[in-house]
Design a protein around this ligand. Structure first.
Ligand SMILES: Cc1ncc(COP(=O)(O)O)c(C=O)c1O
Length: 316
């Protein structure tokens, strides 16, 4: 994925098939099935420096989605969700980090080169902990300039959008590369039916007349965990929320637009296809939701949903 602030880090430790290894020793053979056929599933998670110490945001939800993604592709995992939760905490501690972007990945490894993985094809797991700042740089404060991509999102019953699979990110790469090439921060894709879907690596929210709207999970989107958190926070703040199909022109008529994701957090959109969005950026509802979201990490928003998992939740 393209990003001005993506991590170029090549140091520290990586959890690899149950062992903690130095960065340079966590390698994969060129015959790995995932390299040839895209058969990996992964997560992107954040650890924040919080009032409770370093803590994962929604670790259990991420690990659960990781296992669901593997289930869709019939990838058997030799670990329990709790063991992966513990391993995620362990690798952040091993790297001595107070905040991090954590990337667990499960993939079909070396073995036969047949498309249908044979018994000897391994299932490998790695967990990386990276320094990764705001995904879209200072757009988180000043707003992103985005375009509607000429690429559509995957159609239903082609690639499952609910699986966070490596192969799906070929679509994201095309959308993001085109957007960058044309001078935008990010691209938004329409679905196969011409209705709004999502950004290359973010879910989408629109505000019109005080109502918060977002495409439903049937709109070829990744059912994002940040999206779910924003819906929960908005309902808690008595902001009306609608999950409904939306046409492209809704982007041009909205008072506010913002994109959400683990990497992008809550990033306001200040223009779509060079047309300015609303009167101010970020708008008042975007600002209120940013405040509530980041408030989880300094304690100014009560974590009534138990979204934080401090690193020391799991024994060393
Ligand atoms: C295509 C896509 N949509 C949406 C999201 C947001 O998902 P989440 O909030 O679970 O990180 C992501 C980020 O991982 C993504 O890659």
């Amino acid at each position: 994925m393209t990003s001005s602030s993506s991590s170029g880090q090549k140091r520290g430790f990586i959890w690899h098939n149950g062992k903690i290894k130095p960065w340079e020793d966590a390698t994969v053979h060129v015959s790995a099935h995932a390299l040839h056929y895209g058969s990996s599933v992964f997560e992107g998670e954040r650890v924040y420096k919080t009032h409770k110490g370093p803590a994962f945001f929604r670790l259990h939800a991420h690990t659960h989605r990781l296992f669901d993604s593997a289930r869709i592709y019939e990838i058997d995992i030799d670990y329990t969700e709790e063991e992966i939760n513990a391993a995620c905490c362990q690798i952040v501690r091993a790297n001595n980090m107070e905040s991090a972007y954590v990337r667990p990945i499960i993939f079909r490894g070396a073995g036969s080169l047949g498309v249908i993985p044979k018994g000897e094809t391994t299932v490998d797991i790695a967990i990386l902990a990276l320094d990764w700042g705001a995904y879209l740089g200072d757009a988180i404060h000043k707003g992103a300039d985005v375009c509607v991509s000429s690429w559509n999102r995957v159609a239903p019953n082609t690639f499952p959008s609910w699986a966070k699979a490596g192969g799906n990110y070929l679509s994201s790469q095309l959308i993001a590369l085109e957007a960058k090439r044309n001078g935008y921060d990010e691209g938004i894709a329409l679905g196969h039916n011409g209705l709004l879907s999502e950004g290359a690596g973010e879910n989408l929210f629109l505000v019109q007349n005080g109502i918060l709207r977002t495409p439903p999970v049937s709109s070829s989107i990744l059912a994002g965990i940040t999206r779910d958190s924003v819906i929960t926070l908005a309902k808690n703040m008595n902001i009306p929320v609608e999950e409904k199909e939306l046409p492209r022109e809704a982007l041009y008529l909205s008072d506010e637009v913002f994109m959400v994701g683990t990497a992008a957090e809550i990033t306001p959109v200040r223009s779509v296809d060079r047309k300015p969005v609303g009167k101010e950026c970020p708008g008042p509802i975007t600002k209120a939701l940013q405040k509530a979201f980041f408030g989880i990490f300094d304690g100014s928003t009560a974590d009534q949903w138990n979204w934080l998992t401090p690193l020391d939740t799991y024994a060393k």
